[in-house]
Design a protein around this ligand. Structure first.
Ligand code: ADP
Ligand code: MG
Length: 321
């Protein structure tokens, strides 16, 4: 297939997302040099971009459907962490070859998630090279309603959605050649958009967990200028993780990446909201700790004894020794 055929195939396969056309504010989409988009009056544009490289961000045996699904999901997760509502996406594809069947399955994976969240593909770029997928997600937030990393205060609760550590454990099993019943956690993370939007106006800070709990909580603490104590026995885990020894499980939960759950801080006064959101949105929410003035993260067991985790999370440019 030639480049223009590939683009046309993607355009046709994703055109279902256009069904609402005008309401989606797309004045010009795929086919011109750039898209022209109408941001609704009284809203601010929120933009996020994330790249997934084959072998680094997804195992080489991942299906094209899941590669697309995950590429979009991680970008929508960034919008979720901001409390934003997604609307458009741009897709930059680098592929070693242009195979019709591969593109068909990829587009299907993209559309399956895009439709759920009303996201329209409005453009992109296509090149040949090592497999790499870069998506830019665009959405809206009402002025001043965005969630940030910097508003957390000592005394606020530390809360996490869903379960954590499951994706990292599934990946490790996979790399060791063992099957995992929870591989779907790795391939199809759930962007917590409804939760992010609900948190707007309540949470003092929010981030999505992509690189590991300690690393991402660390970003919030640094931006907010405070520290935290965590009760590691409150960390929510998956069924597969339940079978591990405590310390091994905690390692996946504290330092494993790829969960794409939301980690947020909540002033005590709003704590009664947790049960309401959990019930309304059908998302498990766990209070795992509290913020403190003291910088840094301190981990404790239920009985109050301290625990020192090793490592902090995923880092692309590790310092060579
Ligand atoms: P240009 O050379 O002007 O950058 P391209 O030939 O790269 O234009 O792209 C033509 C049109 O197709 C543009 O509207 C672009 O946004 C769109 N496009 C290219 N690749 C993709 C892709 N992978 N997904 C969606 N749209 C794409
Ligand atoms: Mg181009």
């Amino acid at each position: 297939m030639k480049e223009f055929e590939l683009i046309r195939q993607i355009q046709q396969a994703t055109s279902v997302c256009y069904s609402a056309g005008f309401e989606h504010g797309v004045k010009l989409g795929i086919g011109d040099d750039a898209a022209v988009l109408e941001v609704p009056a009284g809203q601010h544009l929120v933009a996020a971009t994330d790249t997934l490289n084959a072998g680094t961000h997804f195992p080489l045996d991942t299906s094209p459907f899941d590669i697309a699904y995950k590429s979009l999901a991680v970008n929508l997760s960034d919008l979720a962490a901001m409390g934003a509502t997604p609307r458009w996406a741009l897709l930059s594809l680098s592929l070693p070859g242009a195979e019709r069947e591969w593109v068909r399955s990829f587009a299907e994976g993209f559309v399956s998630l895009a439709q759920v969240h009303n996201v329209t593909l409005v453009g992109g770029d296509t090149t040949s090279g090592a497999m790499s997928i870069s998506i830019t997600a665009l959405g809206f937030v009402e002025p001043g309603r965005q969630l940030t990393r910097s508003g957390a205060k000592p005394g606020d609760l530390v809360v996490v959605s869903g379960t954590i550590g499951g994706a990292a454990f599934a990946l490790e099993k996979l790399l060791a050649g063992k099957p995992s019943e929870e591989r779907y956690l790795l391939d199809r993370p759930i962007p917590r958009l409804s939760l992010g939007q609900a948190l707007s106006g309540y949470a003092s800070a929010c981030i999505d967990i992509s690189d590991g709990l300690l690393a991402d909580l660390g970003h919030v603490l640094k931006a907010s200028g405070c520290g935290a104590r965590l009760n590691i026995e409150e960390l929510p885990h998956t069924e597969e993780l339940a079978g591990l020894e405590d310390e091994s499980r905690w390692r996946y939960q504290l330092t494993g990446g790829d969960d794409y759950e939301l980690l947020f801080t909540l002033p005590h006064g709003h704590s009664e909201q947790l049960a309401v959101w959990s019930q309304q949105l059908g998302i498990k929410l766990s209070v795992i700790g509290e913020l403190e003035k003291n910088q840094g993260i301190r981990c404790f067991r239920e009985d109050g004894t301290g625990y020192s985790p090793q490592g902090t999370g995923f880092e692309h440019f590790r310092q060579k020794r």
